[in-house]
Design a binder for this molecule. Structure first.
Ligand SMILES: C[S@@+](CC[C@H](N)C(=O)[O-])C[C@H]1O[C@@H](n2cnc3c(N)ncnc32)[C@H](O)[C@@H]1O
Length: 347
């Protein structure tokens, strides 16, 4: 362990926070070494033990050096000034893989950028240049620009482990809090249907953090289904999560029970499945519906869903809309919670 000898001001535990603030305000606190506990005292390494702090115990001792913070990857790059300004400030991290989008102007420098990202993130083993998700299975073109030739990784969220292949399956780390929010709404004994489950992050979060009777996790992508099954196993929810390799168009055939809750995370296309979703809905059913829409198109989409529901003898109420993340300028990834209730006079 590397240490550094320095002066320090020490206060009993109860006064430590007060002293820390005083030192911080006077810019006296050293930030290259760790604060240390000594018996019932906390010792703050200081640049200078100024006089008005002499009420406290002043000592000289060795402190553990702080681990050097990784620099921003941009600090490791030397590109023309205009291109430096175009470097992305955000990117996704899925397990040990960074997924980054680059403008065409930076394509020529992709390898240097990948190397800089790898050097500044100690837990990352691979950096991938990505295109937006596309096609029915919502997968993306992925080019490895640095690190290991590997697109399979294990992502951790809320203590759960999700195996994801970023090339062959969909996964977004930006939906973490949305998954937990939905799991927290699930009541004991519910039958849940995750119509477009992917590697099953919603299903598994629900199975682990709520007490559903069963969660049916459906997906059409064979690769996703294999990983979903693996994920259910490694998170010990095989008894609650039933992974089904099927087209959601066949949901009536593959789901044997009426659903109390349905998750429809298939932006751009979920509305085409809304009628089918209602065909497996219990008399009262909560639908978590996801879409990508411009602000001005949201009302029209809600009206369209209401019309579909009416044809299936359902009313939609308690509709709440949340913008989860931005997708493109003025376009949002939107989550809509809907309570669907069957008309009283229909069996
Ligand atoms: C946006 S991803 C969502 C995955 C998952 N719910 C999540 O949050 O990570 C949509 C998923 O729907 C699946 N999918 C697309 N069309 C489908 C269909 N007709 N039937 C079943 N699954 C489908 C895709 O394979 C993909 O895994």
């Amino acid at each position: 362990m590397t240490t550094k000898k320095t002066k320090a001001v020490c206060a009993p535990l109860i006064e430590a926070e007060h002293l820390r603030r005083a030192l911080r305000e006077r810019n006296l606190l050293r930030d290259d070494v760790e604060i240390a506990k000594e018996g019932t005292y906390i010792c703050f390494p200081v640049k200078d033990a100024s006089e008005d702090l002499c009420l406290y115990k002043v000592v000289t001792k060795s402190f553990k050096l702080k681990a050097a913070k990784p620099h921003c990857y941009k600090d490791r790059l030397k590109l023309p000034k205009k291109l430096m300004e175009e470097l992305p400030t955000s990117y996704d991290v899925v397990g040990a893989i960074i997924l980054i989008k680059l403008p065409k102007t930076l394509f020529h420098y992709r390898k240097e950028i990948g190397k800089a990202l790898l050097e500044t993130h100690k837990n990352i083993r691979t950096v991938c240049l990505i295109d937006p998700v596309s096609g029915e299975l919502r997968t993306r073109n992925v080019a490895i620009i640095a690190g290991e030739n590997q697109t399979l990784t294990t992502h951790t969220e809320y203590g759960l482990l999700f195996d994801v292949d970023v090339r062959t399956t969909y996964f977004s780390p930006r939906l973490t809090s949305e998954r937990k929010r939905v799991a927290d709404l699930v009541k004991p004994g519910e039958t849940v249907v995750d119509m477009f489950a992917g590697v099953a992050p919603f299903s598994i979060m629900i199975a682990r953090y709520a007490k559903p009777r069963i969660v049916y996790a459906i997906d059409k992508n064979k690769e996703a289904v294999i990983l979903a099954q693996q994920n259910a196993k490694q998170n010990h929810v095989l008894e609650t999560v039933e992974v089904i390799h099927a087209d959601a168009n066949d949901v009536e055939k593959v789901v044997p029970k009426k659903a109390d809750r349905i998750i429809m995370n298939l932006p751009f296309s979920a509305y085409r499945f809304f009628s089918l979703a209602l065909s497996i809905a219990a008399k009262t059913c909560i639908v978590h519906y996801y879409d990508i829409l411009k602000e001005e198109d949201i009302d029209a989409r809600i009206d369209a869903l209401k019309k579909i529901a009416e044809e299936q003898y359902f009313n939609l109420k308690d509709i709440s809309i949340r913008k989860i993340k931005s997708y493109a300028p003025r376009e949002f990834y939107i989550g809509i919670d809907i309570t669907a209730t069957k008309h009283a006079d229909v069996a």
